[in-house]
Design a protein around this ligand. Structure first.
Ligand SMILES: [Zn+2]
Length: 199
């Protein structure tokens, strides 16, 4: 049962569907005795970007489908800054200077401009080279989250081993994913009770 649950989470992939900034932070996860990094290689980044495709409006499909090694390094670096920025913002603290500078630099490196096409559609286009556009889009999402008063409503998953965070849409939510962490904790409690009963 435990083994199944662990494999299940590793196979499920990262938690997605939270605000994009939290999805980024949540690409690092933990199971008892096992750290998971869903952005450990280019294939992982490709899979994650594919899940988030609809939330990356200024990135062309070619970029989402074929990120570079430079993109991967930049996204991983941004993720560290994002974790630190969000952790401090949750406590109402000011960002650390290095995190703030890195975030602003990432946004500055690939800004968005608007472009009117001949068919009269107005598009947002992001300029910048490899390793800048994807990370700029994500940096904007992180900045938006840190600036949002809702940042103080972010919660940790209630499973003792889990490091995932989420923004609850209803006050009773306790788990990142009830099917994974909720179930795992129920199973653990069941075994504890049984052990106690057997004395
Ligand atoms: Zn969890």
């Amino acid at each position: 049962m435990f083994g199944f649950t662990i494999n299940h989470m590793a196979e499920l992939g990262p938690l997605v569907g939270e605000p994009l900034a939290l999805d980024l932070v949540n690409t690092r996860a933990r199971l008892p005795g096992q750290d998971l990094d869903f952005l450990s290689d280019l294939a992982g980044l490709r899979r994650w970007l594919d899940c988030e495709r609809d939330r990356l409006p200024t990135l062309p499909p070619s970029l989402i489908d074929a990120p570079t090694k430079k993109d991967l390094a930049a996204v991983r670096e941004l993720r560290d800054h994002a974790s630190a920025l969000i952790a401090r913002a949750r406590e109402g603290r000011r960002p650390a200077g290095a995190d703030l500078a890195a975030l602003n630099e990432a946004m500055r490196a690939a800004p968005v401009r608007h472009e009117l096409s001949a068919d009269r559609t107005l598009r947002s286009v992001r300029d910048g080279g490899p390793g800048t556009r994807i990370v700029a889009e994500l940096a904007e999402a992180v900045a938006g989250m840190v600036a949002d008063p809702a940042v103080t409503r972010i919660r940790n998953c209630a499973a003792d081993f889990c490091i995932l965070i989420f923004l609850p849409s209803h006050p009773n939510r306790r788990w990142c994913n009830p099917a994974v962490c909720g179930n795992r904790m129920r199973v653990a409690r069941f075994h504890e009770r049984r052990k106690a009963a057997l004395g």
